[in-house]
Design a protein around this ligand. Structure first.
Ligand SMILES: [Zn+2]
Length: 280
């Protein structure tokens, strides 16, 4: 295959791979949008259970007070009835005290009972509210989940279509080059093939060694930038780079440039990571 055709294929492949990588990322990320809502729903359900337990406890307490109140009422009524059959002052005083004590208890239990009844009615209200919130959230979540599932399915079918196109383009290309190329695109923001202009890599802007740059000019095989790992192809610079390519000093200039350019050092570090990936 003529090198220009290979580069053309790689450029088309680059578009497809970048799009696939972005779609893959979306497919992973989109379902995470539901997490907050799922957590809210879980909290509502937990609170619903707790409130129901509260309600049961309060209901029991209410029943207790109701029984105690009934008992105190009976005690008072019985003592009142006994009032008809007493004959001494002492009996009268004892009975009178019994009636007052019972009445006091009655009042106390009636108050407690009212308090529990209010608590029950509050809890009942809260439980109802909670229940309707849960229903609402479940409905919302279901709708959103359906929407997200449709979106993910659509993206997956796009990926499948791109994979078919990718397989057609892959034909006749070295699998090892393809493997590296895909990694570079993933690690270098979608850019895996760049021009070399005036002896400079347009991906990382590093000046490349002269004999290496010349080799790319001749385009005999696929070459990777030694700094950023991207595939390089020759492109005429506006000023013309014949002069540069013949300049004996270019190599040493490039070396100087290496030393004082922080950004490029970062690029080199990244490149190391890329290489480590290959070895896995
Ligand atoms: Zn480079």
């Amino acid at each position: 295959m003529v090198m220009e055709d290979v580069f053309e294929k790689l450029r088309s492949l680059q578009d497809i791979l970048s799009e696939k990588i972005n779609l893959g990322r979306d497919i992973q990320e989109i379902p995470k949008l539901l997490i907050t809502q799922e957590e809210l729903l879980a909290r509502l359900k937990k609170s619903f259970i707790e409130k129901n337990q509260d309600y049961e406890r309060t209901k029991l307490a209410e029943g207790d007070f109701r029984n105690q109140l009934a008992q105190a009422e009976m005690d008072r009524e019985k003592a009142e009835k006994n009032m008809d059959s007493i004959s001494t002052q002492r009996e009268y005083e004892a009975l009178d005290k019994e009636i007052r004590d019972a009445a006091e208890k009655e009042q106390q239990f009636r108050k407690e009972l009212q308090r529990e009844e209010r608590a029950l009615s509050d809890l009942n209200e809260q439980i109802k509210q909670n229940e309707s919130l849960i229903d609402q959230q479940e409905k919302d979540l279901e709708e959103r989940r359906a929407g997200i599932e449709a979106e993910v399915a659509e993206k997956k079918s796009q990926v499948a279509k791109l994979t078919e196109e990718e397989q057609v383009l892959n034909q006749g290309l070295d699998p090892e080059v393809l493997f590296k190329f895909e990694r570079i695109i993933r690690n270098k923001g979608g850019q895996g093939i760049v021009a070399i202009k005036g002896g400079v890599c347009m991906g990382c802007h590093m000046i490349l060694p002269v004999d290496f740059a010349n080799r790319i000019h001749n385009q005999e095989k696929i070459e990777f930038c030694p700094y950023c790992s991207r595939i390089l192809f020759y492109e005429e610079s506006e000023q013309g780079d014949e002069e540069f390519l013949n300049n004996e000093d270019a190599g040493s200039l490039a070396d100087l440039d290496d030393m004082d350019d922080d950004e490029d050092e970062e690029e080199e570090e990244e490149e190391e990571k890329v290489n480590i990936d290959y070895e896995e």
